[in-house]
Design a protein around this ligand. Structure first.
Ligand code: UD1
Ligand code: CA
Length: 454
């Protein structure tokens, strides 16, 4: 049995007041459109079809090969939008699930229920409804005496009596495909607006004496539709709550979920605690037993286990286990901190690896460098990695002691056990176990390493 989803996404979204197509506005890190497509995966068996129109180039580009697209031009209503899918789907699918791309909170299991309901329905389609006190401009569901659906009445044409109806049209339908294509062509042009409304397809089935079934949903939150930026923020808050709740039920502690902002798709291990005002974005993956925040931003970063990250900003970084950082540390793309690294306040690391147990307590910039295990980076150390044209690399060995305020002028190598005096400007490679001082630093004597490690 083939089930194909058709997503209507051609409307202008005028009420968003935006140059970005409505369906590309993000919620918790992913465009509205992504959320709907993701949910539809649980119900559909085939590649989805997205009807595009306004902003079609941007939307098509975003979709890539994750969906087929068909163009609706001009946009003459939701019924007219659905008709555009016929050209690519006729004869290729048993069921068609049609939904609107501005309903990003609908869950996969809800679409699944809709398809299941339709499979048991002798009639041509089933639709999703919700009972709610606040109608939010949704179409009203008018029922026949036998309980089947008689009509969907849009708010602006509803009688006062119909406006009291609390059962609303969510905007998700599952059709028998053959019937759908034929019935779409019978939808009349709406005399008032000159558009073809998908919702009028109910009356076509009713006229043919075919039963229309409804799945009645009780979670109004899931049916929040987005027409304005106010709705967008409401939907994002609801989605954030859903994401945070799932993490907490998986063993993550949050002191204040309301100020914890986690993108969809982020992974967090058990017994990690997230403190307030923390933002975890993109493809970030966090292990177990960490304490993160408050006031921390992580983007596309991997964190091992038992790390502490206080008031810091990390992007495109990797932390192994037992790393301790912050407050006010910054990791940029390509920063890799091996286990037991300590990085204190006002440090910045970019495209560099800090070996196991490296200590970098205060005010340092490390760029394009590799630092061996158990090396100490003194306060104010800078890798001067950029000569105005190119980036150069610095390689620092194990058990090195870099004195406070050292300038490491790259390209540069410091052997294991080397030491630099405070304020040294190092322009030449330093051999193993050698102390350099001054400006520029010259070798003055051999030094003893305190302890040698394997
Ligand atoms: C629609 C329903 C309404 C339902 C509500 C739930 C109709 C006539 N009304 O109203 O019963 O309660 O959704 O959210 O269907 N679109 C196109 N091409 C068009 C017009 C719209 O692709 O020509 C797309 C839009 O991009 C949008 C979706 O269809 O994603 C719904 O359109 P919208 O104008 O938002 O419909 P509503 O007024 O919300
Ligand atoms: Ca809408």
């Amino acid at each position: 049995m083939k089930v194909t989803a058709v997503l209507l996404a051609a409307g202008q979204g005028t009420r968003m007041k935006s140059s970005v197509p409505k369906v590309l506005h993000p919620l918790c890190g992913k465009p509205m459109l992504w959320h709907v497509l993701e949910a539809l995966k649980s119900a559909a068996t085939e590649k989805p079809v997205v009807v595009v129109g306004h902003g079609s180039e941007e939307v098509t580009q975003y979709l890539g090969d994750s969906a087929l697209t068909v163009l609706q031009e001009p946009q003459l209503g939701t019924g007219h939008a659905a008709m555009q899918a016929e050209a690519v789907l006729k004869g290729k699918t048993d069921y068609v699930v049609i939904t609107y791309a501005d309903m990003p909170l609908l869950r996969g299991e809800t679409f699944k229920r809709l398809v299941e309901t339709q499979r048991l329905n002798s009639g041509p389609f089933s639709l999703l409804t919700v009972i709610a006190d606040d109608p939010r401009g949704f179409g009203r569901i008018v029922r026949k005496e036998d309980g089947t659906v008689e009509a969907i009445v849009e708010e602006y044409v509803a009688t006062l009596e119909q406006q009291q109806i609390r059962e609303l049209n969510v905007g998700a339908y599952c059709f028998k495909a053959d019937w759908l294509w034929e019935a779409l062509n019978r939808i009349p042009k709406n005399p008032k607006k000159g558009e073809y409304y998908l919702t009028d397809i109910v009356e076509i089935a009713v006229r043919d004496n075919l039963p229309v079934q409804a799945v009645v949903h009780d979670d109004f939150i899931e049916t929040i539709g987005i027409n304005t930026r106010v709705h967008l923020s409401e939907a994002e808050a609801a989605l954030r709550q859903r994401i945070n709740r799932a993490h907490m039920l998986n063993g993550v502690s949050m002191m204040n979920p309301a100020s914890t902002y986690i993108d969809v798709g982020v992974k967090i291990g058990q017994d990690t605690t997230i403190l307030p005002n923390t933002y975890i974005h993109g493809t970030t993956e966090i292990g177990a037993g960490n304490v993160i925040g408050p006031n921390t931003i992580l983007r596309n970063t991997r964190v091992g286990n038992r790390c502490t990250i206080l008031a810091s900003v990390l992007e495109g970084a990797v932390l192994e286990d037992d790393v301790d950082m912050g407050p006010f540390a910054r990791l940029r793309k390509g920063a890799h901190l091996k286990s037991h690294v300590h990085m204190g306040n006002f440090g910045e690391v970019k495209d560099s690896t800090l070996g196991e147990g490296v200590k970098m307590g205060h005010f340092s910039y490390i760029g394009n460098a590799t630092i061996g295990a158990h090396t100490n980076i003194g306060a104010g150390t800078i890798t001067a990695n950029y000569d105005g044209e190119k980036k150069h690399s610095t390689t620092i060995g194990e058990d090195v002691f870099i004195g406070s305020d050292t300038m490491l002028v790259a390209p540069l190598k410091l052997g294991d056990g080397a030491r630099t005096g405070a304020g040294a400007v190092v322009t030449k490679n330093v051999p193993e176990d050698t102390l350099v001082v001054g400006m520029p630093a010259r070798a003055i004597r051999k030094v003893e390493r305190k302890q040698k490690r394997k």
